[in-house]
Design a protein. Structure first.
Length: 107
C-alpha cells in the first residue's frame, strides 16, 4: 500500500512539474529568420505568430514570390526552434523516468 501512495505522490509531483513546463513553453518567444535576416518572424511557444519584420529592400513588385518564400522559411525556422526548446525542457523534466522512446510529452 505504501508503494501505491508513494507512486501517487510522484504522479502529482510530475503533474505539477508538467503544468509549470506548459506555462513556461506558452510564455516562450522565439525568432526565426530567412534571407540572411531580411525576414524575421516571432512565434510564441504555441506556434502563434507574434510579429513579422520585413526589410524594406524586399518591397519590389517582381520580388513578391521571393518575399512569400522568405516569410514561410522564417516561420518554419522559428517553429523548429520553439519545438527544439520544448523538447529540451521536456527531456530535462523527465530525465530518469522510464518513458518509452518517441513518446511525446506533454500529452
Amino acid at each position: 500500500m505504501r508503494d501505491i501512495m508513494g507512486m501517487m505522490g510522484k504522479v502529482k509531483e510530475m503533474q505539477a512539474k508538467m503544468e509549470k513546463l506548459q506555462a513556461e513553453i506558452a510564455a516562450l518567444e522565439v525568432d526565426g529568420t530567412s534571407g540572411g535576416g531580411l525576414v524575421t518572424v516571432r512565434l510564441d511557444g504555441k506556434g502563434h505568430m507574434k510579429s513579422l519584420k520585413i526589410d524594406p529592400s524586399l518591397f519590389k513588385e517582381d520580388d513578391v514570390e521571393i518575399l512569400e518564400d522568405l516569410i514561410v522559411a522564417a516561420h518554419k525556422d522559428a517553429k523548429d526552434k520553439a519545438e527544439a526548446v520544448q523538447a529540451e525542457k521536456t527531456r530535462e523534466l523527465t530525465a530518469g523516468l522510464p518513458i518509452p522512446p518517441g513518446m511525446k510529452l506533454p500529452f
